[in-house]
Design a binder for this molecule. Structure first.
Ligand code: SAM
Ligand code: DTB
Ligand code: SF4
Length: 328
């Protein structure tokens, strides 16, 4: 068992796994998934953009960067009550994790942050796993969120270190890694993954998976996003992500990080149910549900319920790992 959970993968080993003939790769990933997880279970998370657009960063994929002309309307930080009402609705629709996103470069110690802390407390009291994605964070800020009940913090590496500067110039890869370290030190679980379809090579994808799987501890969740091509962003004319690339990415992540929740994230509106089924087969065990991601469309709760029924999938309960620790 212990030999499967490793933090010392080499790029060469990952290269070999990633390039395994596809059906064999899916089989190996499915076997690893079965060994460590209940393959019928899929975590259902809902996203809410609590502060939208007007972001000073230049992430080439992002519709919320102020410098690109997109259809996103700038919206100041939402009121706590509105956010909690939304979380309650998501809970009633079957979500167990609620992730609040803000189009910020970094968290600042001001009244907006006080309000986010209040939101975290409120969502935690609803009995949901609370996640935030607010940009860069200090250890003290992470600590404050932890005390308010934050369960996870999302901060993606997005691509390889080498490709990063083609996509974002307003911060560095090391800034990203530092925030992840601050989150870990505060005892908040880490949600960190990336996007495919940014014009990166297969080697860039392999290197990103290498960075993720050789962190001192594997992230508890790894979202794999397919680029949502948004009009007005520099990447709007990128080709659509090939489903087989998505499957290969998910399967490799599953083999490298057997116990991690691998999330089939952005891009599902462009995938058929059969294509999503392949992703679950390859080890994906988490999705974003609800008809909106942050600013772009996502399949509705009803469509996903039908897919779960068809494939025999069931939503994972909240705080399952903690319950397991108590029981064990
Ligand atoms: N501003 C914070 C940050 O960048 O960390 C939090 C919000 S940001 C929108 C969260 C993540 O959404 C990004 O790191 C990126 O991985 C993902 N994302 C943004 N736009 C996307 C797109 N068009 N397609 C796929 N993923 C996207
Ligand atoms: C993640 O990896 N993907 C989510 C969440 N973490 C924050 C965001 C996807 C955003 C897709 C583009 C949009 O809706 O604006
Ligand atoms: Fe801003 Fe985050 Fe979008 Fe980058 S990904 S432009 S930091 S909201």
């Amino acid at each position: 068992m212990s030999t499967d959970i490793r933090n010392n993968w080499t790029v060469e080993q990952i290269h070999e796994i990633y390039n395994t003939p596809l059906l064999e790769l899916i089989f190996q990933a499915a076997s690893m998934h079965r060994k460590y997880n209940d393959t019928a279970e899929v975590q259902v998370c809902t996203l809410l953009s609590i502060k939208t657009g007007g972001c000073p960063e230049d992430c080439a994929y992002c519709p919320q960067a102020a410098r690109y002309q997109t259809d996103v309307n700038v919206q100041a930080l939402m009121k706590t009550d509105e956010v909690l009402a939304y979380a309650q609705k998501a809970k009633e629709a079957g979500s167990t994790r609620f992730c609040m996103g803000a189009a910020w470069r970094e968290v600042r110690d001001n009244r907006d942050f006080d309000r986010v802390v209040e939101m975290v407390k409120g969502v935690n009291e609803l009995g949901m796993e609370v996640c935030c994605t607010l940009g860069m964070l200090t250890e003290q800020q992470a600590q404050r969120l932890k005390e308010a009940g934050l369960y996870a913090y999302n901060h993606n590496l997005d691509t390889s270190d080498e490709h990063y500067e083609e996509i974002i110039t307003t911060r560095t890869y090391d800034d990203r890694l530092k925030t992840l370290d601050n989150v870990r030190k505060a005892g908040v679980t880490v949600c960190c993954g990336g996007i495919i379809g940014l014009g990166e090579t297969h080697d860039d994808r392999i290197k990103m998976l290498h960075t993720l799987s050789t962190l001192p501890e594997h992230p508890e969740s790894v979202p794999i996003n397919a680029l949502v091509r948004v009009k007005g962003t520099p990447l709007e004319n990128q080709p659509k992500v090939d489903i087989w690339d998505m499957v290969r990415m998910i399967a490799t992540a599953r083999i490298l990080m057997p116990k991690t929740m691998v999330r089939l994230s952005a891009g599902r509106t462009e995938m058929s149910v059969s294509e999503q089924a392949l992703c679950f087969m390859a080890g994906a065990n988490s999705i974003f549900a609800g008809d909106k991601l942050l600013t772009t469309p996502n399949p509705s709760f009803d469509e996903d319920e039908a897919m779960f029924n068809l494939l025999g999938l069931v939503p994972r309960v909240a705080f399952k790992d903690e319950h397991a620790e108590v029981a064990g």
